[in-house]
Design a protein around this ligand. Structure first.
Ligand SMILES: Nc1ncnc2c1ncn2[C@@H]1O[C@H](COP(=O)(O)OP(=O)(O)O)[C@@H](O)[C@H]1O
Ligand SMILES: [Mg+2]
Length: 330
């Protein structure tokens, strides 16, 4: 089982790293790393309007690991392969010459993580707010899979709704599943402090990470956003399967039926029954209830020229509008 010790920030992180990044404050600590807000003195010297960035270093437990620097590099390299508005932007990777500590710098995200948003919506988010978030998250993940990158640790705490948009981050348990990316070092899942309640059954059984396992995890996150609670009462897939929780799964109130069909399939414990994909789930969330209506009903509700084609641009503007509403109300 993964380590259950509570995460702690590195005890001896220097105040100035790489002769360039001055630590301002701790932003968060996860199972593997600690993330700080830092001032980039070089940016500041050239009057860059945004001199603060995020800096991720490994926590003491992982920093002591023989391959620690290579593992953080792998996270950086995987993230660098991705170019998507809903995936965090990595900036650079360094080894601090004085302390020997590896660190990476990243876009600074300001805003709540999805676990906060779920806690703020105990009865679930209404469809108009949920849809653009789901589309942003699923298109980020579909992009990663298209680029041959699996995430491996999808959970609400690894997604932030920043003032600049939704961002998926923390590819520390990710892996390249195609071509030379597969040769990057990988952390043994046995060592990792991953969250069992988002892990697909086959991962709990020790199998390799696959796109289908990412699909199960993202489906748990979407269900939680839509209903306010974890689909299987925060149990692991194995515990929930023993208690036959799959059969009692209820459709969250605001989710249109055709979307629910896809989401429910993505939540199947048996990977052989998980016969959908991130791309298909994305398509279902994009269309909403449109596909579920009989053609006569659909025609009645469509403007004469037909609805605008689902495009990245319309997804972006819906997400922007939902975010503006969210930040106004919080
Ligand atoms: N770029 C960022 N901007 C702001 N906060 C961040 C950023 N990256 C991570 N965090 C915060 O730090 C925490 C730990 O970061 P994460 O990359 O998830 O580390 P771990 O691999 O240990 O889980 C996150 O849960 C989040 O609260
Ligand atoms: Mg994390």
């Amino acid at each position: 089982m993964p380590s259950r010790t509570p995460p702690v920030a590195p005890a001896a992180i220097p105040e100035l790293l790489g002769n360039r990044y001055r630590i301002e404050r701790l932003l968060g600590v996860g199972g593997m790393g600690a993330v700080y807000q830092v001032r980039d003195l070089l940016r500041e010297q050239f009057n860059d309007p945004q001199p603060t960035v995020a800096l991720k270093a490994l926590n003491d437990q992982f920093a002591a690991h023989a391959d620690a620097n290579a593992l953080l590099y792998a996270e950086y390299a995987l993230t660098c392969r991705l170019h998507h508005p809903n995936v965090i932007r990595p900036y650079s990777y360094h080894i601090d010459p004085a302390s020997g500590r590896a660190f990476m710098t990243l876009e600074l995200l300001e805003g709540p993580a999805l676990d906060q948003i779920i806690a703020d919506h105990p009865d679930g988010m209404a469809w108009p707010a949920l849809q653009p978030l789901a589309v942003g998250l699923l298109s980020a993940l579909a992009h990663a899979h298209d680029a041959g990158v699996l995430h491996g640790d999808l959970k609400p705490g690894n997604i932030i709704l920043s003032t600049a948009g939704l961002r998926l981050f923390d590819f520390g348990l990710g892996r390249g599943c195609r071509g030379p990316l597969q040769r990057l070092p990988r952390l043994s899942r046995r060592l990792a402090a991953w969250t069992p309640r988002y892990a697909a059954l086959e991962l709990l059984d020790g199998e390799e990470l696959t796109a289908a396992a990412d699909l199960y995890a993202v489906a748990c996150v979407l269900y939680e956003l839509a209903s306010g609670h974890h689909p299987f009462s925060r149990l692991t897939a194995r515990q929930a399967m023993r208690m036959q929780q799959e059969t009692g799964l209820q459709k969250p109130h605001g989710i249109p039926k055709p979307v629910w069909r896809e989401l429910r399939t993505a939540l199947a414990f048996d990977p052989a029954a998980r016969i959908t994909s991130v791309a298909a789930l994305l398509e279902a969330f994009r269309k909403g209830s449109k596909t579920g209506w009989p053609p006569a009903v659909r025609r009645r509700w469509q403007p004469a020229a037909g609805p605008p084609a689902a495009s990245d641009q319309s997804d972006r503007s819906r997400l922007d509008a939902a975010m503006k509403a969210f930040f106004r109300s919080s």
